[in-house]
Ligand binder design. Structure first.
Ligand SMILES: [Mn+2]
Length: 367
């Protein structure tokens, strides 16, 4: 009997191991399902309980969405300027809460106390992966030295971050990097949601198999719709400007209206149905919020909001009566080396870019 038992357990363990290995092989091929069943993120962290969160019923105050913090304390200055009230207002952070800035641990302490929601940025996921490896006895990547003292409670904030937060009552969603236009949010690729900046149109006929060769250094990145019965894919997501394409937000037709971060080089992006809020605070730029009135007030003051919500049309910032509010960074926390030199040398870059790829600033990467 005991032998039979141990044999059963042994077989079950082997079956589980085979399943896991198959799944990992799938992930390496970029064929990972992007539903809740996904096991790991592109940086090999355990996926959050839900990739996509929804705020079903908002609090009676405003809706405030803040761009990339990167461990900067300007958050508190911005919230003070806005007279943020956690009992009334709905606060959402667009990801990359940590890394590069001076106060990542303080930000992780603040998030639960602020009563806010946040999405997962590539930096949040990367440092979590490094910390989990460190905790399992491996050396800590020097890039993430600040995380050496990260507590379980602080790490839990990162572990729980979904890839998107939707607010159906406002017709909006928040994601760190972006979405591939034409693909339902639930079918978006994890890698794309926190790494993409541009999309490249696919030639007719490339279809679902197109898009190989991008983002594979991060493990995934095909950005394809999943399952084969999804919509025809028209665009391929890319991270780096040198890979061409154009800002995904310019092609996003909604609904929902999407608020995002990640693209500090482009700073504030005001597309019709997508708003980019990463204004490079950690690089000495500013920290920016989009602020929308309380729902009850919005419904009274914005006929466009009411009619478009009723008809299911995508909202403009004007329909949402969204105001853009910023505070200047107190200093340059992350020196403009390589990538971030873009902001300092925008003119030079623009000239170089015009030569390299007309119409699209390229050659510089902010991450
Ligand atoms: Mn980012």
């Amino acid at each position: 009997m005991r032998l039979w038992h141990s044999r059963c357990i042994g077989l079950a363990a082997i079956a589980l191991a085979i399943t896991l290995m198959r799944r990992l092989a799938q992930l390496r091929r970029g064929a990972a399902p992007v539903t809740r069943s996904a096991l790991v993120t592109p940086y090999r962290c355990p996926a959050p309980p839900a990739l996509h969160s929804r705020i079903e019923k908002v609090k009676p105050g405003r809706l405030i969405i803040v761009g990339d913090l990167h461990g900067t304390l300007e958050l508190f200055q911005l919230l003070e300027k806005l007279r943020y009230d956690s009992a009334l207002d709905n606060l959402l952070l667009a990801g990359d809460l940590v890394n590069k800035g001076p106060a990542s641990l303080a930000v992780l302490d603040a998030v639960p106390k602020l009563g806010c929601w946040a999405v997962r940025g590539n930096h949040d996921d990367a440092v979590l992966a490094a910390w989990l490896q460190f905790r399992s006895g491996q050396a800590l990547n020097p890039k993430f030295e600040w995380a050496r003292g990260m507590t379980d409670e602080q790490a839990a904030v990162l572990l729980g971050l979904p890839f998107t937060v939707s607010v159906p009552e406002y017709g909006i969603a928040v994601v760190h990097a972006g979405f591939v236009p034409g693909v339902p949010i639930e079918q978006q690729d994890m890698w794309a949601m926190y790494e993409m900046r541009n999309v490249v149109p696919l030639d007719a006929g490339q279809g679902q198999d197109a898009g190989k060769g991008q983002g594979q250094d991060a493990g995934q990145g095909q950005g394809r719709s999943q399952g084969g019965d999804g919509p025809a894919l028209r665009y391929h997501p890319v991270e780096k400007a040198k890979d061409g394409g154009e800002a995904w937000g310019a092609l996003w037709r909604g609904p929902p209206h999407v608020f995002f971060g990640h693209d500090a080089r482009r700073r504030l992006q005001l597309h019709p149905h997508a708003t980019g809020l990463d204004t490079g605070c950690v690089y000495g730029g500013s920290l920016t919020a989009a602020v929308m009135p309380p729902l009850a007030e919005l419904r009274v003051r914005s006929p466009g909001f009411v009619s478009k919500m009723a008809s299911g049309e995508a909202l403009l910032r004007e329909d949402l009566l969204a105001q853009i509010v910023s505070v200047e960074a107190a200093e340059v926390y992350s020196p403009p080396t390589g990538s971030t030199a873009a902001a300092a040398a925008a003119a030079t870059t623009a000239v170089a870019a015009a030569v390299e790829a007309p119409g699209e600033p390229v050659g510089v990467r902010v991450e």
